[in-house]
Design a protein around this ligand. Sequence first.
Ligand code: 5GP
Ligand code: ZN
Length: 113
Amino acid sequence: MNDCLFCKIIAGQIPSKKIYEDEHTYAFEDIDPKAPTHVLIVPKKHITGLKEATREEAEIVGLCHLTAAKIGRERGIEDGYRTVLNVGPKSGQSVFHLHVHLLGGRDLRWPPG
Ligand code: 5GP
Ligand code: ZN
């Protein structure tokens, strides 16, 4: 998708602090971190968000979560991290390319705001 911020980041047209990349997923530091670890994991394929994802995209959505788990393991934050998908404008979704937030490295309150 031409005008998508995260597609441009994946393509290297906009710089990012890359953490990890494989065939299907790309992970990079959030520009405005809300925790000591705040990584965004995105599918390389443009998917607008969770509610737009199709059954054919189930594997790729799952792989984004497994990339988050891998980074959580590597960062040594397995005593408590959170994966979050904001879905729709009322949730705070501001970028319409599906992304998993990986938040950790501090105590996380429940329920989230
Ligand atoms: P959302 O609010 O859609 O769930 O999450 C979008 C996230 O993208 C936010 O946490 C925001 O800080 C991050 N973000 C927005 N623009 C950029 C950017 O240009 N680079 C990076 N690395 N993160 C960004
Ligand atoms: Zn995109």
